[in-house]
Design a protein. Structure first.
Length: 116
């Protein structure tokens, strides 16, 4: 069983920045594929960004390309989402997702609110 815990959400004005963190348990974190998803009120959960086990490959939804950066620190079992130039439409609950040994795990989510 892998525990996934997000932190770093909050309220920010449009144009501002936030950095989300996600800590995952387990001795083989360096083998996990990690991703961020988000869910806005009244909408389905959507993919935001993914990073490979080594950090060498990343991918983003078009709406955040050039503004968000996903990274990881395997020594600290942590993945990050740096969010710059935030827009009101980025307001959502952000979820961390881990794929470990063929199983998927979700965190409880962290709220990000961007005011206009």
């Amino acid at each position: 069983q892998v525990q996934v815990v997000e932190s770093g959400g909050g309220l920010v004005q449009a144009g501002g920045s936030l950095r989300l963190s996600c800590a995952a348990s387990g001795r083989t974190f360096s083998s996990y594929v990690m991703a961020w998803f988000r869910q806005a009120p009244g909408k389905e959960r959507e993919f935001v960004a993914v990073i490979s086990w080594s950090g060498g490959n990343t991918n983003y939804v078009d709406s955040v390309k050039g503004r968000f950066t996903i990274s990881r620190d395997n020594a600290k079992n942590t993945v990050f989402l740096q969010m710059n130039s935030l827009k009101p439409e980025d307001t959502a609950v952000y979820y961390c997702h881990a794929v470990a040994d063929g199983r998927a795990y979700w965190g409880q989510g962290t709220q990000v609110t961007v005011s206009s």
